[in-house]
Design a protein around this ligand. Structure first.
Ligand code: BDR
Ligand code: CA
Length: 314
């Protein structure tokens, strides 16, 4: 089994990702850490516990993390995910307590154990990178417990929060820049599962409504119904769930290696991920110096990942 940690701002599509990670037999979900993003941290925590309960995984430790980005104020995406972040579903909310540790402390502890046992962890951030930046700045040695980081965020093409920037990076650009810089300094492999592939793993309403027989299946159906309502379509993208699919089945994802920077200023482009597709000699002679080179997702086998998700959450 592959050890993983999810960092989430649950969120309808984070919920799709959690159901998959909690139930897939090839993954060992060590912990889930929460950060303010789509909605405020209290709703994020409650939604995360609720989804894990529905998945039959009340054993997974869940920790509360940063409520706000490093520098700028928090901005919600309730217009995408509903006021409570989970589509205001008629679904019983968990009352289970969280782990007493802060998210950063839980991450550090799990990664320290991973380093000791040699079972390195794949970290899957699906939210603003605030917790991860705090972790790598406070405890850089935690990187020794990481196999890789596969994050949802950014785009080589257009944005969604703004024309230029994807929501997770736009919400906390400084955190994203810190994580990319730390990955370079600490030698951590990074894959960016961005908007270029994010919308391409679609579950139809017909497929979703055929799910039944467990609380996980029922919740999964409701999540897809809400996602399809939002995009006024006869199906819904599993969004963040695709990044978990990519960890389970990497051969369904096409990536290319590129240097990537985060725009921290700019009137209209703050939070943009600048994916450098120039040839090697132009990159080597860049007067701005070297960026962090990462794997950038360019295409996904959406049908295969949708089937993987359906088979796991049902
Ligand atoms: C990302 O932002 C959030 O709204 C989603 O949960 C996803 O992580 C997409 O831009
Ligand atoms: Ca998210």
């Amino acid at each position: 089994m592959k050890p993983v940690i999810l960092d989430v701002d649950t969120g309808l599509d984070d919920a799709c990702a959690l159901l998959l990670a909690a139930r897939h037999p090839d993954l060992d979900l060590k912990a889930v850490t929460c950060v303010g993003g789509n909605v405020g941290i209290d709703d994020v925590v409650r939604n995360t516990l609720t989804v894990l309960d529905a998945a039959g995984r009340p054993d997974v430790p869940v920790a509360r993390g940063a409520a706000v980005p490093l520098i700028q104020p928090v901005r919600s995406a309730a217009h995408v995910h509903g006021a409570d972040g989970l589509g205001n579903l008629d679904w019983p909310r968990s009352t289970r307590p969280t782990d007493p540790r802060h998210a950063v402390e839980l991450l550090r502890d799990v990664l320290r154990d991973a380093e000791a046992t040699g079972e390195l962890v794949t970290l899957i951030p699906l939210a603003p990178l605030t917790n991860i930046a705090l972790l790598l700045r406070t405890y850089p040695e935690a990187a020794r417990g990481l196999r890789e980081i596969v994050f949802m965020g950014g785009a080589a093409g257009i944005g969604n929060a703004t024309a230029a920037a994807e929501f997770n990076i736009w919400t906390d650009p400084e955190a994203a820049a810190i994580v990319l810089a730390a990955a370079k300094d600490l030698g951590v492999a990074v894959t960016m599962y961005g908007l270029d592939v994010f919308y391409d793993v679609v579950v139809t309403l017909e497929q979703a409504r055929a799910l039944s027989g467990s609380s996980s299946a029922e919740l999964a159906c409701k999540l897809i119904e809400k996602r399809s309502e939002r995009y006024n379509s006869d199906g819904g993208s599993i969004g963040d769930g695709g990044a978990v699919c990519a960890v389970i089945d990497p051969s369904g994802l096409t990536t290319r290696e590129h240097p990537v920077r985060v725009e921290l200023s700019g009137s209209w482009s703050r939070g943009r991920t600048i994916v450098d597709t120039r040839d090697a000699s132009d990159v080597a002679n860049d007067p701005l110096g070297a960026a962090t080179t990462i794997q950038v997702a360019t295409a996904v086998d959406g049908k295969r990942y949708a089937e993987l998700w359906l088979a796991t959450v049902s």
